[in-house]
Structure formats: C-alpha cells, structure tokens
Design a protein around this ligand. Structure first.
Ligand code: ADP
Ligand code: ZN
Length: 299
C-alpha cells in the first residue's frame, strides 16, 4: 500500500490526511486556516512523521495551475489577503525538503476539480469521462472533466461567476458578488441566501420561496454545463446541497428551461441520473487530493 498525503486547502480549514491508492483514508486532522506563517508550519508538522510518498493538494482559489508559469502552484488573487500571491506548492515542497531532505512530488489542482476527481476515481462517477462537480457553499464553483481530462484552460474555469437570468420574484436581484451583479455565486451561494432572507440557509428549510428561487438559479448553472459540455453527470455538493428537496426541484426547473430542446438522447434525458448529490459522505475532496498525490507519484 502506498502512503499518500492529501491536503484539502480551504478558506476556513485545512484538512490533512493520509490515504492509499484505494482511496481509503487512514488518518486526518483539520487545521484552521490562519495566515501562511502559522498554518504552513502546522501542516508540515502533521505530515513530518507520516512517511508520505507524495502529496496531493486540492486548493481554494483562484490558483495558478499552469506548470510552465513562473507562478505555478500559487494562490493568486484571493480576497483572503494573507494568502494572496502565496506559493503554497513551493512552501510545502521546500518545507518537506528542509524537514527530511526528501523530494516529495506534489500534485495540485483546484478544490472543485479535486472533489470531481474523488467522485470520478472512487465514487459514483467512477469510469466516467465527462463530468461536472458543482459546490454550492460559501462560494459557488465547478470542477469539470471533459474527455477524461480535468479542464484547466488558461487559468481554470470559474463557473460560479457566469451570469444568470434573474427571477422577477427575487427580492435581492443583484446578488452578493462584489464583482458582478447577477452571477451564480452572487445569487445562489449560502451567504446570498442568508443576506436575501435574513437567516442562514439551514434555518430556512421550510420556506418554499427560498428553495424555488435557489432551484431556479442552480438549474441555470446546470443547464449551461449541460449545453456547453454535454456531461454524463452533474454532481451537486457543498453545504447548501444538504437540502435534499432541492434535487427534484432543480431537475424540474432544468427541464422547464430546456423546454424539450435536444432531448433525443435517452442518456441525457434521464435527469434523475444526470443531476445527483455527491456520493462520498463529504470525503470527495480529500479523496480527490489523494488521487492528485498518486498521479504526482506516477509522473
Ligand atoms: P465551504 O463552502 O466554506 O467549504 P460549506 O460547503 O459547508 O462550506 O458551505 C457553507 C454554506 O452552506 C453556509 O452558507 C451555510 O449556511 C450553508 N449550509 C451548511 N449546511 C447547510 C444545510 N444543512 N442546509 C442548508 N445550508 C447549509
Ligand atoms: Zn461573480
């Protein structure tokens, strides 16, 4: 069995774990995300006696994924100022070098691509080549796999900031994104629900108007993915998607918006199979990070 280090680097916490090639997680800790000078040594301390062969990092962003770039492995323009333009891959790789003089190969991708990779490698999307993973939480983002490859593009996709058709029933049609009026993240993230309805999403579960609007916006995000990428599966994760009744509502809204167009293929016609919850008990991110580490070892 291999011993792979996995880091799910988030804006509020860093989940560090040890896993193997079967995706089994042996040990994990959660370290609060403070500033790099506090948090990076804490991460290094955790991994220092774990004998890891490689490390996979699924990281909050935006990040630089271009291996040819001078700033590859950096967190770039995040609003978390202490982490802005921070070389997280370099800091950890150098840290391991200083600890034990060993070169630990590091795999690096976005948090959402990590979650998607977890689902495609170990979860319900195993073996699929065209898949999307949306997280609807503090922010909204999507990991994308097309033709068996995680999509990076020049930077990486930022599907949370696509613009939507606003509902005339929306009491807060501008949303909460500081950059855009009417983007998916601004309209459908957890904080947008809280600002619009004056309570946290988890305390609004019995309010129909909240979820009608939420389903309408998430359905538009899914519809864009369906029309642009034609994926086999669209997985919806993140805190807000713990509201299970959203799933049938989203499928129904999507069908309504599609209005019968392009439904010749029975594979994509089955919206129950197309739009699904995450399958790995919220471990998709850390398991994806294990796979990133495994892939780095192979390279
Ligand atoms: P993060 O995106 O920071 O990693 P989460 O995915 O848990 O964290 O998303 C946090 C958001 O999800 C918050 O806005 C919170 O209100 C919302 N949320 C968390 N749990 C639930 C729940 N059970 N039902 C509805 N909303 C939830
Ligand atoms: Zn935006």
């Amino acid at each position: 069995m291999k011993r792979i280090g996995a880091l799910e680097a988030g804006g509020t916490k860093m989940v560090c774990a040890i896993g193997d090639e079967n995706g089994k997680i042996y040990d994990r800790v959660s370290i609060p995300t403070e500033t790099p000078d506090v948090t990076i040594p804490a991460i290094l301390r955790y991994f220092s006696d774990k004998n890891i062969e490689s490390l996979g990092i699924a990281c909050f962003g935006p990040v630089d994924l271009n291996t040819a770039s001078a700033t590859y492995g950096y967190i770039t323009s995040t609003p978390k100022t202490a982490w802005k333009n921070f070389d997280i891959v370099g800091a950890l790789q150098n840290g391991f070098g200083n600890l034990d003089g060993l070169h630990v190969p590091v795999g690096f991708d976005t948090d959402v691509n990590g979650s998607l990779l977890g689902e495609v490698t170990y979860g319900q999307a195993k073996g699929l080549t065209d898949a999307v993973y949306f997280t609807i939480g503090t922010g909204v983002g999507a990991g994308i796999m097309s033709g068996g490859k995680l999509v990076h593009g020049v930077r990486h996709p930022e599907a949370g900031h696509t613009l939507l058709q606003i509902s005339p029933d929306d009491p807060m049609p501008e949303g909460v994104c500081p950059y855009h009026s009417g983007c998916l993240e601004g309209l459908a993230s957890g904080p947008s629900i809280e600002k619009r309805w004056h309570k946290k999403a988890q305390y609004l579960t019995d309010r129909d108007e909240v979820w009608d609007l939420e389903a309408y916006y998430i359905a538009q995000g899914c519809l864009q993915m369906h029309l642009i990428l034609s994926p086999q599966i669209i997985i919806l994760g993140g805190g807000v998607m713990h509201v299970e009744k959203l799933f049938p509502m989203i499928r129904q809204q999507m069908k309504k918006l599609l209005n019968g167009y392009g439904l010749a293929n029975p594979e994509t016609e089955n919206f129950d199979k197309l739009i699904v919850p995450a399958s790995l008990n919220d471990d998709q991110g850390i398991m994806g990070a294990v796979k990133l580490g495994l892939d780095a070892l192979q390279e």
